[in-house]
Design a protein around this ligand. Structure first.
Ligand code: 3HC
Length: 311
């Protein structure tokens, strides 16, 4: 029998108000938020790798500057979100250790390779586009620090999505080779982007409880459908096709019908069997270890400052 939720907590949810770190909350609510916020932060940090590989190979100084700004934004998003998770009592070291040892996850999408410059456009347009659809409702999440972190992150994500769209628009309206490169990237990133929204609702372990707690405002399938409906017209504007022969407007539903998603691929990637899971974590652990001296220097500096203040 689950322990009774504190009345003050139930009252905040009923009034659709924010739960703050010092408010009484069920331990299961706290643990769910640490899980989701930490994994969201891990996604932002690991998400720097696929695009980061193209900073040194961007086709112009302008594209390089934009990509640098985007990857730097992702690092910032990760830090906001780790800070939000820390308000619930989690420590940064614990969360990073959970990522490095595979006890916590990051979004499946970042285990796919970026094979050409067009992939940077496809990631901005599709992956950041999907992230926006998923993250805008999180601005109204019941937990205050998470909702507030989302407001600023969503503003920066819209720049990420626009620059991706612009890269693909330039390529799709360039030479036939450039158009083919853009189409190839969209063909590879479309289905994995739909998988970002998670398992189907009838197979989602956490959705019902997360929705009851006002953490998840819409179900995985509702947000997935919203993303498809938003993206199909944009693909037409780009002059690119989406790799789904079953995609068609359904006037009765007022939405696009689309083909069946191969969720066995999502489960395989979540299990660690995606194209680049091992490489992504190895790169992350290596960077953490190579950066240990920075953390040690910062701690030594802080210790000296504290000692001086105590004199
Ligand atoms: N990749 C990896 N794991 C996934 C996943 C995916 N695409 N979709 C679901 N899962 C995991 C869940 O984490 C959960 O496992 P866990 O219990 O070990 O955490 C399990 O599969 C069951 O899925 P549920 O639908 O029951 O789980 P949730 O209710 O947590 O829903 C979610 C999953 C929709 C991803 C939700 O956690 C969420 O909205 N998270 C916040 C948003 C987020 O993390 N987005 C990552 C996108 S990347 C990004 O934003 C970076 C941007 O700059 C591009």
């Amino acid at each position: 029998e689950a322990p009774r939720e504190p009345d003050s907590f139930r009252a905040l949810l009923a009034a659709d108000e924010r739960v703050e770190p010092r408010d009484e909350m069920p331990e299961t609510y706290r643990r769910t938020l640490i899980r989701q916020i930490a994994q969201h932060a891990h996604s932002e940090i690991i998400g720097m790798q696929p695009e980061g590989e193209w900073i040194s190979r961007a086709p112009s100084l302008r594209r390089k500057a934009i990509l640098l700004a985007k990857v730097q934004d992702e690092a910032g998003h990760g830090l906001y979100l780790y800070a939000a998770a820390e308000t619930l009592g989690a420590s940064r070291e614990e969360l990073l250790d959970a990522l490095h040892t595979g006890r916590q996850k990051y979004s499946s999408i970042f285990n796919y390779p970026t094979l050409s410059w067009a992939d940077v456009g496809a990631i901005g347009w599709l992956v950041d586009g999907a992230a926006i659809v998923n993250q805008v409702p999180l601005c109204r999440c019941s937990f205050g620090p998470y909702a507030r972190a989302m407001v600023r992150i969503c503003k920066e994500e819209s720049f990420h999505q626009r620059q991706g769209f612009e890269i693909l628009h330039t390529l799709a309206h360039g030479t036939p080779e450039q158009h083919a490169m853009a189409q190839d990237a969209v063909d590879r990133w479309w289905w994995p982007s739909l998988m970002m929204f998670g398992p189907p609702d009838d197979a989602s372990e956490h959705s019902q409880q997360s929705m009851a707690w006002g953490i998840k405002r819409f179900s995985n399938d509702e947000l997935r459908q919203r993303f498809v409906d938003m993206t199909v017209p944009q693909a037409e504007a780009l002059g690119l096709t989406l790799p789904d022969p079953d995609l068609r407007w359904n006037p009765e539903r007022g939405s696009f019908d689309f083909g069946a998603i191969d969720f066995s691929e999502l489960y395989a990637v979540i299990r660690g069997d995606g194209p680049l899971n091992r490489q992504r974590i190895a790169h992350r652990v290596g960077a953490h270890e190579r950066g240990a001296w920075v953390r040690e220097a910062a701690s030594a500096y802080e210790a000296k400052r504290t000692a001086r203040r105590a004199e």
